[in-house]
Design a protein around this ligand. Structure first.
Ligand code: NAP
Ligand code: ZN
Length: 350
């Protein structure tokens, strides 16, 4: 076993603090990674605070991991020492079910998540990317182009693929009118991708102060979702709306904006579910409410390559790990432009 250090929460009320633990020695198909940067996802906060009711402690969060390969197992063919590498929300799956065979490992019944999830190797719990090192099977690691800034690429591993995947699945393309609800980590990536795919992009925000930023990110229009008059101007006009809000809210205001056969796709996972939608809003125009979970490994690599080609990364604020608890408070106040990324160089052996 290899000793490493990270930051962990020890229960759902405590602040994150330094934590020493061990990673397995690389198996023949594993790579060992020195973590350079890790993005801070709202899902980290939900889990640290046990808002999904499934948290195990101690918990080392972090699933937007970017670093360098520092060791490879004897059967590793896909990576070599020194490669730039990324790890997202998953580190394992069964590999044989229909979902895995369709490259949709996130929908496997045995997906092993990067943290707060049973570790199939040790029988313990997986620890995530707020740490100096990680050991992972090569099939769950991604190549990151030298063209991408590594810190700004880290959020692509969750916020990026989580928004890219549904936009692709629902065939968002030139001429479509697409709504993005919420301008945070996921929302700002969703605007960039929808814009890159040629859609007419409308941001729905509760924060009027984000209007100019949204336009710079690629939104054609910005609607303050708390203003019923502004909302009314868009009734029955959207092909697709992607909702990234991290809190429970009424969905009817958004389903009413869909065209016939339009889809409202939910990404946010609030601690309390949304109130039931008005059925009339759905049946009279055959509208759908759907959901989507991250994206598979193959599609994540496709997304990273698309980003390298189109020069897309996340807008980030780099923080030392000692600032993580303050960063959580700021995320909860929607005070982040638009993703915090931890620089792991700030984490020294204690
Ligand atoms: P974030 O950076 O905190 O952004 C969420 C945005 O939602 C905020 O910036 C804010 O945008 C809006 N918002 C927050 N509270 C609101 C409220 N009470 N009413 C209306 N709008 C509100 O969070 P994130 O990292 O993007 O994550 C968003 C959600 O997606 C979280 O629940 C997270 O767990 C989930 N998630 C899901 C997946 C998946 O696979 N489905 C993957 C990753 C994350 P405005 O200021 O513009 O209104
Ligand atoms: Zn995430």
């Amino acid at each position: 076993m290899k000793k490493t250090i990270g930051y962990a929460a020890h229960d759902y009320t405590s602040q994150l603090a330094p934590f020493s633990f061990e990673r397995r020695n690389p198996l023949p198909t594993d790579i060992q990674i020195e973590i350079l940067f890790c993005g801070v996802c709202h899902s980290d906060i939900h889990q640290v605070r046990n808002e999904w009711g499934n948290s195990t402690f101690p918990m080392v969060p972090g699933h937007e991991i970017v670093g360098k390969v520092i060791q490879v197992g004897s059967e590793v063919t896909n990576f070599k020492i020194g490669d730039n590498v990324g790890v997202g929300c998953m580190v394992g799956s069964c590999g044989v079910c229909p979902e895995c065979q369709d490259n949709l490992e996130q929908y496997c019944n045995s997906t092993e998540f990067t943290y707060n999830s049973p570790d199939s190797h040790s029988g313990g719990t997986n620890y995530g990317g707020y740490s100096k090192q990680i050991v992972v099977n090569q099939n769950f690691a991604l190549h990151i182009s030298n063209k991408l800034d590594l810190a700004a690429a880290a959020p692509l591993l969750c916020a990026g693929i989580t928004t890219y995947s549904p936009l692709k699945h629902w065939n968002v393309s030139k001429g479509d009118k697409v709504g993005i609800v919420g301008l945070g980590g996921l929302g700002h990536m969703a605007i960039k991708f929808a814009h890159a795919f040629g859609a007419h992009v409308v941001l729905f925000t509760t924060s009027p102060g984000k209007t100019e930023d949204a336009k710079k990110l690629g939104a054609n229009e910005v609607v303050i979702s708390k203003n019923p008059e502004e909302m009314a101007q868009h009734v029955a006009s959207f092909d697709f709306i992607l909702n990234t809000v991290a809190a429970s809210h009424n969905l009817d205001a958004f389903t009413a904006l869909l065209k016939r056969d339009g889809t409202l796709c939910l990404l946010g996972v609030p601690d309390q579910s949304h109130p039931s939608p008005a059925i009339g809003n759905l049946i009279f125009k055959r509208r759908s409410i759907a959901g989507s979970l991250i994206g598979g490994l193959k599609e994540t690599q496709e997304m990273l390559d698309f980003c390298a080609e189109h020069k897309i990364t996340s807008d980030i604020e780099i923080i030392p790990i000692q600032a993580i608890n303050k960063a959580y408070d700021r995320i909860l106040k929607s005070d982040v432009k638009y993703r915090f990324v931890i620089d792991l160089a700030s984490l020294q052996d204690q």
